[in-house]
Design a protein around this ligand. Structure first.
Ligand code: ATP
Ligand code: MG
Length: 574
């Protein structure tokens, strides 16, 4: 777990972003106010990496008594849609965050952004350039050598203004002209070398439709959005660090134009701060590649329980608490590193252990016949709903002469330290009684078909009447009462920790073909009533939840959320 070292010691130390904000507040920058935003582009579903940004953005607002906006950063029309907008709202809410009335669309600012572009032309800070994209790149040069000025750099403000208006009016073809900031072609920061502010793009926008044929670039739009919303701290991932001087340049121009918001007498000047993005082993975290998996039907959709999307994790059975705890533990650092997905799974188990109801299910059954238990008789035993929760109570589990147990809970020739069922060996049937194996039946291939045994009638509840030690405890389901249900055994989506590391290969080459295996499980009757989304621990197996899409009342489909380390075959009878 590579990043656990950065985890704060429960409230005693601030992470560096928190410290920077604390310094700003102490220095009364922006009047000491803290307003943050989470600004996803609605071009895909949110993933676990976004959860990190969300917990930081909303977390900082909360820590400093401020507020956090939710903003659709929708200035790039190509791949945006309302489906994504709705999914983002759902996911942020599910994670436990509330933006109140502060929901915004960047596209609603297109008119202000354009007005500012005109003003930059008037003030000599921007010009319309006719270099092709290739020429533009060549003129821009490389960081160690100064770039060359565009031949269009010295147009008069009037010329630029007229051309910009004609760009907007649709007089030029896509990609021919662009508006560029006039900053410094010799700057060592390549983003300062007259960056493009607007480009011509005849693509319909999901909200503004075909009203615009020119669209602002991210580096121009983002600081304007922040400033006009009165954001004080614009928190983003490290790749934007080199863009920060340009961010500040745009804010400076807005300041000169009197465009900054004034709140309670303080002019609000947003400050950009960067933190390391989350990268997880056995996972990819790019919306573009996740979209590819969906489009090529390599998974069953954005909410496929194998996906690292928030909706995929939710459907898999993750809890928001587990995700927030994970984000807390990884901390916030300034160095990119890889986090072990095992840490996420650990946080999940830790939370599910506290809240998940216990039930018995047998996923790889072999039949046991208790020869000294009367045929036709049945009885019920009380099983604990959750030993971690004293108030969770118990529920009845039916018992009869024929049971299913897990095939691997039996060994004909027991290995050393195998304390479960074996010929002549006694085991505890969880909550029920003690059982000794007497003999087995096999088919022609030598596969065991039935295990015979006798039970101790004086061991009700699984307690040995004479206090003799019975080391192994196994779970079971009564054959007559068992409900067969589809169970989906999910595993990691990729077979290697870093599916993108080998550039000579496609990440698709590392898809785990066994990431989904569907089997029939036999579950105790109480599980038949599972509500969609309800979470359980199948005793000794793992955590499962009833699938929200495919379960119907009385006929649940179970997803394996995460496996359980089997530590309790040694646990004493309850
Ligand atoms: P992707 O690379 O997956 O397409 P993105 O950065 O383009 O992601 P946005 O919708 O622009 O996606 O992201 C919204 C916010 O979430 C940004 O502030 C971005 O920095 C942050 N974010 C995105 N991915 C991660 C990540 N892996 N870890 C932390 N924050 C992230
Ligand atoms: Mg982005």
């Amino acid at each position: 777990m590579s990043e656990t070292k950065t985890a704060p010691e429960s409230g005693t130390s601030r992470h560096f972003v928190s410290q920077l904000i604390a310094d700003d507040v102490a220095a009364a920058r922006n009047g000491g106010a803290v307003v943050t935003r989470f600004p996803p582009e609605p071009n895909g579903y949110l993933h676990i990496g976004h959860a990190k940004a969300i917990t930081i953005d909303f977390g900082m607002a909360k820590e400093f008594g401020g507020r956090c906006h939710l903003r659709m950063d929708d200035t790039n029309p190509a791949k945006e849609s309302d489906e994504y907008v709705e999914s983002i709202k759902t996911d942020v809410r599910w994670l436990g965050y509330d933006w109140g009335d502060n929901f915004y669309y960047s596209a609603n600012l297109f008119e202000q952004m354009y007005a500012m572009a005109e003003e930059l032309c008037r003030r000599g800070h921007a010009y319309v350039c006719e270099l092709t994209q290739e020429q533009w790149k060549e003129y821009r040069g490389i960081p160690t050598l100064p770039g060359r000025a565009s031949p269009f750099r010295d147009r008069t403000p009037e010329e630029n203004l007229a051309l910009l208006r004609r760009m907007r009016a649709g007089e030029f073809a896509d990609g021919t002209l662009c508006l560029r900031a006039k900053i410094d072609m010799a700057s060592p920061n390549i983003h300062f070398r007259d960056p493009v502010l607007y480009r011509i793009m005849r693509v319909a926008h999901y909200h503004t439709h075909d009203r615009w044929c020119i669209y602002p670039m991210y580096d121009f739009a983002h600081p304007i959005e922040d400033a006009l919303e009165g954001i004080t701290h614009s928190l983003c991932t490290l790749e934007f660090e080199v863009h920060r001087p340009l961010y500040d340049w745009v804010i400076d121009r807005m300041d000169e134009m009197g465009l900054l918001v004034v709140r309670e007498g303080h002019k609000i000047r947003p400050i950009q701060r960067e933190f390391a993005r989350l990268s997880l082993t056995y996972t990819i975290m790019s919306k573009r590649l996740l979209l590819q998996l969906v489009q090529e039907k390599r998974v069953a959709g954005w909410d496929d329980p194998r996906m690292p999307t928030i909706c995929g994790l939710r459907r898999r059975g993750y809890t928001p608490e587990a995700i927030r705890e994970f984000c807390e533990r990884i901390g916030v650092s300034k160095y990119n590193s890889e986090t072990d997905v095992a840490l996420l799974e650990y946080c999940l188990r830790d939370h599910l252990n506290k809240i998940a109801v216990r039930r018995m299910a047998v996923l790889d059954p072999v039949k046991v016949v208790i020869d000294n238990y009367p045929e036709g008789q049945e009885e019920t035993f009380e099983a604990q709903n959750n030993p971690e929760d004293p108030n969770a109570g118990t529920h009845p589990v039916p018992f009869s002469r024929e049971l299913y147990i897990e095939r691997d809970d039996f060994m004909e020739v027991p290995a050393k330290k195998f304390f479960r069922l074996a010929p002549g060996q006694e085991v505890r049937l969880r909550y029920a009684c003690l059982l000794t194996c007497t003999q087995v039946e096999k088919d022609d291939t030598g596969r065991i078909t039935v295990i015979h045994g006798t039970y101790d009638p004086h061991s009700r509840g699984g307690h040995a009447p004479d206090g003799r030690k019975v080391k192994g405890t196994i779970h079971w389901v009564s054959v007559r009462h068992a409900q067969p249900v589809p169970v989906r055994l999910y595993d990691r989506l990729f077979t290697v920790p870093a599916p993108l590391a080998d550039e000579s290969k496609s990440f698709l080459d590392f898809l785990n073909p066994n990431a989904l295996q569907t089997i029939t499980g036999y579950v105790e009757p109480a599980l038949a009533a599972a509500a969609p989304g309800e979470r359980f621990q199948f005793e000794r197996i793992g955590y499962f939840c009833a699938d929200t899409r495919d379960s119907v009342p009385g006929a649940p489909v179970f997803n394996r959320t995460v496996t359980l380390r089997d530590s309790w075959s040694k646990v004493a009878a309850q």
